[in-house]
Each structure stands twice: as C-alpha cells, then as structure tokens.
Ligand binder design. Structure first.
Ligand SMILES: [Zn+2]
Length: 217
C-alpha cells in the first residue's frame, strides 16, 4: 500500500501512521492549515514527521477558515465549548464539510504521486458529533473518489469502528509517542483539559488505566 495520510499531529492520525508503518506501507504525511485556531497541531505534525523521518507536506490554506465560518474551530469569536463530545454544544466544533474538502485534496495529491490510498483516522467516538467521520460517509466518499478520476483510490479508514480507548491501546502496542501528539482545540501551548477533545483524550487514557503523558493547563 502507498498511502497519503491525512495527518493532524493528533493522537488518532499518529496511531494511524504507526499502524501503516507497521503494515510496511509506504507513507506520505499530509497536513493542512485550514485556519484552525489550534495551530499548535501543525507544529506537532512537523515534529512527529521528523521523528519518523517521513516525507511530509503542510498545505498552507488558512483562508479556507474564512469561508468555513460558524465553527468554533475556525472562528475565534465563537466560544469553544467545554465538556463531553456527547453534548449538543459540541456541534459548534464541526467545521462545515471539512473532511470532504481535506480528503479531496489528499486524494488529488495521492493520484499525482501515483499512490493507491488515502488514509484517515476517523473513529467511532467521532460519529455522534462529526457526520463526516461516519462509516456511511467514508463508504460514499470512497465511491465518489473513484468516480472522480480514472485512477483507483482506496479510502483506508481502519479505525472507523474503534473507540478512542481501543485506539490508545493500539497505539501503546505500536510504541506511539503520545506525549508528542496534540489534541486540544483551544489553541494554547498546553492542553486545556476542558474542551471536547481534551476530555475525550483524558477519558480514553483513564479507561486504559495508564497516565496520559501530556501536560494539562
Ligand atoms: Zn483542550
């Protein structure tokens, strides 16, 4: 497999990268600056790419954030909700049509590299809040990608039915340096510990029963 990985430098896409390396896939990391308030994830992605000595592109498209308003992740005038992903308030962190846009760019890049796969790390914990992480979306996106170009592109999403807890367990087996991954949406230099993704991350480590090596504010 030759895979372009939609890579944020977060826990999920880092576990995915280690998973692919473990499967002897050829990996190209692909990160996108879409004007997210948590720019810190871009520097984490660079750090992890360097650590793994992997080819990595960061596509600078911060103006996309200006046309994808209405989300607390791209509009700093909207307060970032705190609490659990299961809460209705977390819908404020949905970036309109984000994965369709990002996966389209990754697929175009994969085709131009003569790669056969785009990999993304959507997992079961995302489904309640992010429609573009649902298995139905991934199935449909893969079909659309294969209608959009003569080249066949597989959309690899091995974690789509795994919980965050299972992802952490899998990452542990693979030796993922969790301390280098960045999850927080708040945009500081330390994890806030209160936003949806921080809460989810802390909960996953608690369920696994090991300490999260990340420093919280
Ligand atoms: Zn946070």
């Amino acid at each position: 497999m030759k895979a372009v990985v939609l890579f944020s430098g977060g826990l999920d896409s880092t576990v995915l990268t280690y998973h692919l390396i473990n499967q002897k896939a050829e990996v190209k990391l692909f990160s996108i600056d879409y004007g997210q308030r948590h720019q810190r994830e871009i520097s984490s992605s660079r750090m992890i790419a360097k650590l793994l000595n992997l080819n990595h592109s960061v596509l600078e498209l911060p103006m996309i954030g200006e046309i994808l308003g209405g989300s607390a992740l791209t509009d700093t005038t909207i307060e970032l909700p705190e609490g659990h992903y299961a809460e209705e308030s977390m819908k404020k962190t949905v970036v309109p049509n984000r994965n369709m846009i990002l996966l389209s760019l990754a697929a175009g890049h994969a085709i131009s590299l003569n790669f056969d796969t785009v990999a993304y790390a959507a997992h079961a914990g995302d489904h309640t809040i992010y429609p573009d992480c649902r298995p139905e979306f991934a199935d449909s996106m893969e079909k659309s990608l294969n209608l959009a170009d003569w080249n066949e592109i597989k959309l690899y999403r091995p974690f789509v039915n795994l919980t965050k807890e299972e992802l952490v367990r899998h990452g542990l087996e693979l030796g993922v340096p969790f301390e280098k991954t960045w999850s927080c949406y708040a945009g500081g230099n330390l994890h806030c510990g209160r936003c949806g993704t921080c809460v989810e991350r802390k909960e996953a480590f608690e369920l696994v029963g090991i300490p999260d090596p990340t420093d919280y504010n």
